[in-house]
Design a protein around this ligand. Structure first.
Ligand SMILES: Nc1ncnc2c1ncn2[C@@H]1O[C@H](COP(=O)(O)OP(=O)(O)OP(=O)(O)O)[C@@H](O)[C@H]1O
Ligand SMILES: [Mg+2]
Length: 288
């Protein structure tokens, strides 16, 4: 073989959280959380409402500061006091309620805040042609084909808007892309569109953090899964070590649901047939 031997030392994660905790006054939102984001991987963070998912990504994007543990970017410990440092180091977040101006054309939104200009001094003006052309190229490079970039962003579907935001982050040099519940408000088909671009971002070598309530969406693209529960890690497993059934059960809080089943069974009009048995969770590690 002429190929070089694989390096013995694993690559340094783009982002690594070790024993991370965050308290808001007396409220402990996160405690002892580990998470690694590697280039070319999708790391899914799942959890119920209030589990601490948004808090976790606010730490990574520099909106909040952790109160326990260690946060490293490229192996170097950081304590960002604003989103500036994470952003400068290529950590970009796309939020569900996208900061897009719905009446503006697509290409204009693409460049919002980073507009290209030509000329100098009083002759300086927006380089509209170049912005349109480059936005079109960037979208096509991600496989996004829109008929008309002059249409207002408000006329795009939710999935298309998320896709434009993903392509924008990739174009502006993101190395880590964080998506907070990008599919939460979308139907099946549009969710599929967003999942496709999550996979495209991974193909381009980005490290993706995909936050979701939906184990099915996570399992379609995820390489690693972290389930948060009341601010702590309930499950952390690479794809090879967890099935969709297990992930769903962890997400649903299998043990708690089973206990609830007994309660609900006594209530008329509630069908508890689909809920797990108390013993199911302990045997759920068996492979199908
Ligand atoms: N700024 C804040 N001040 C005080 N408590 C907060 C703050 N932000 C979040 N919390 C609390 O921290 C916990 C975790 O909240 P977080 O928003 O991170 O959860 P989440 O997993 O993103 O939930 P959801 O699925 O509803 O978005 C909750 O108990 C929440 O009330
Ligand atoms: Mg949240």
């Amino acid at each position: 073989m002429t190929e070089q031997a694989a390096p013995l030392v694993p690559p340094v994660p783009l982002v690594q959280l070790t024993g991370i905790g965050k308290s808001y006054g007396t409220i402990r939102a996160l405690h002892g959380v580990d998470l690694a984001v590697n280039a070319g991987e999708v790391s899914c963070v799942l959890g119920d409402n209030g589990a601490g998912k948004s808090t976790l990504i606010k730490i990574v994007t520099g909106l909040h500061r952790h109160t326990e543990g260690e946060f490293r970017i490229d192996g170097e410990p950081v304590r960002p006091s604003s989103p500036r440092e994470p952003l400068a180091r290529g950590i970009a977040a796309v939020y569900q309620d996208l900061a897009t101006v719905t009446l503006m054309p697509v290409w204009r939104n693409f460049w919002l805040g980073s507009e290209l200009t030509r000329g100098r001094g009083p002759f300086k003006r927006l380089d509209i042609d170049r912005m349109k052309r480059t936005a079109d190229e960037a979208l096509r490079a991600m496989g996004i084909a829109l008929d008309d970039l002059s249409q207002p962003v408000g006329s795009l579907s939710g999935g298309q808007r998320q896709s434009v935001a993903i392509a924008r982050a990739v174009h502006f040099g993101a190395r880590v892309l964080i998506l907070d519940e990008p599919t939460a408000a979308l139907g099946v088909k549009q969710s599929g569109v967003v999942l496709k671009y999550i996979a495209a971002a991974r193909e381009r070598g980005l490290g993706v953090v995909f936050i979701t309530h939906n184990p099915h969406h996570a399992y379609m693209v995820g390489d690693h899964f972290t389930v948060l529960r009341l601010g702590t890690v309930e499950l952390s497993a690479p794809r090879a070590e967890v099935t969709l059934e297990e992930l769903t059960l962890h997400m649903a809080g299998g043990a708690e649901l089973a206990a609830l089943k007994h309660e609900l069974a006594r209530v008329t009009g509630v069908d508890t047939g689909q809920l797990p048995e108390a013993s199911e969770r302990s045997t759920s590690t068996e492979r199908k």
